[in-house]
Design a protein around this ligand. Structure first.
Ligand code: PBG
Length: 318
């Protein structure tokens, strides 16, 4: 006679059996590595708030990318961190990101180059905008065009101004750069998880916060409206950010749209887990468990500072 209940435990009895029932995986090609770029040569400086993460000058970044392409790296996301502030540098053809793109492309021709498009590391007050929404969008479009001209495959606006995807799309088209795609930070929340990044990118707001333009954390339906609008305006992929506290948004986005949905495993999530492991308060497995939750929620790819660990095999789900 059959048991009057179902038996599941045999599925989990050993590693080989568990592997047969695995629904989700973490693979090198899922990961996008964010890189902070600074002026100079031979620079590799540690970021105190993000243990294990460095700011690189373009030459070092190119070498590091070349090395990791050999281990399966597919894509990088570039952030410029200029020594002196001033927004015009953000779209200067000699600007920090524009100069780095051809160096990285030469060192690693297969790599997919995505650039973050925002004003916050260039403004004196650390703001992502200059006050007026549409004027800011005009500036963002200039930045996007300068990155696209330098060879970026994707531009990723992270400012949360209204209509910026439309402004960028129009400017790319006018500049003959229609093939450059837009990966928009469509659902970017006003999160306390960005703290370490602000040190890394020297973009801590000098006054106020970003709650007047980034999404309000209690809202999810509104995120879907933002995502739909960005796709309508011309985004070919959308980012949900942060990832961990917004897995429900990733899940809903995956069900609602057909374009790639990308999770941003942000700086605060990174530092929180690194510190917990370093302090012996959590098993290192906590990192792979967290990353795989983003895939399980429906993310096609993950932007993560853990990317080198994944490529080195020091973080894996096994
Ligand atoms: C700036 C920007 C931020 C991040 C990416 N682009 C910070 C912010 O909006 O304050 C956060 C990334 C991270 O925390 O890893 N527009």
């Amino acid at each position: 006679m059959n048991d009057p209940f179902k038996r599941f435990r045999w599925r989990r009895v050993d590693a080989a059996t568990r592997a047969k029932f695995r629904e989700t995986t973490l693979a090198a090609q899922d990961f996008i590595w964010p890189l902070f770029l600074v002026d100079g040569h031979g620079v590799c400086e540690n970021i105190a708030a993000m243990p294990g993460v460095c700011r690189y000058s373009a030459d070092v970044a190119a070498e590091v990318v070349r090395e990791y392409v050999g281990r399966g790296l597919r894509a990088v996301l570039l952030f410029g961190v200029p020594r002196e502030k001033g927004i015009a540098q953000a779209w200067d053809p000699q600007g920090i990101v524009a100069r780095a793109i051809p160096l990285i492309a030469a060192a690693a021709p297969q790599i997919e180059i995505i650039t973050d498009v925002c004003l916050c590391s260039y403004t004196h007050d650390g703001a992502c905008h200059v006050g007026d929404n549409d004027t800011t969008c005009e500036y963002l479009a200039r930045i996007a065009v300068s990155h696209a001209r330098a060879g970026a495959h994707w531009v990723a606006p992270s400012d949360m101004m209204d209509g910026r995807v439309w402004f960028i799309r129009r400017a790319l088209q006018a500049a003959g750069l229609a093939q450059t795609r837009i990966m928009s930070y469509a659902a970017k929340y006003a999160s306390a998880y960005y703290g370490p990044f602000r040190e890394a990118a020297a973009c801590t707001p000098q006054a106020g916060d970003r709650r007047d333009h980034q999404l309000d954390p209690p809202n999810a339906r509104e995120a879907l409206e933002e995502i739909a609008a960005d796709i309508e305006e011309g985004a070919a992929a959308v980012i949900v950010k942060p990832a961990l506290t917004y897995l429900d948004v990733i899940w809903r986005a995956r069900a609602a749209v057909q374009v790639p949905v990308i999770a941003y495993n942000v700086s605060g999530e990174y530092t929180m887990l690194r510190q917990a492991v370093a302090a012996g308060m959590a098993s290192p497995r906590i990192i792979a468990e967290t990353l795989i939750s983003m895939k399980r929620a429906g993310a096609d790819r993950i932007i993560s500072y853990f990317t080198p660990d994944i490529l080195d095999g020091t973080i894996a789900w096994d």
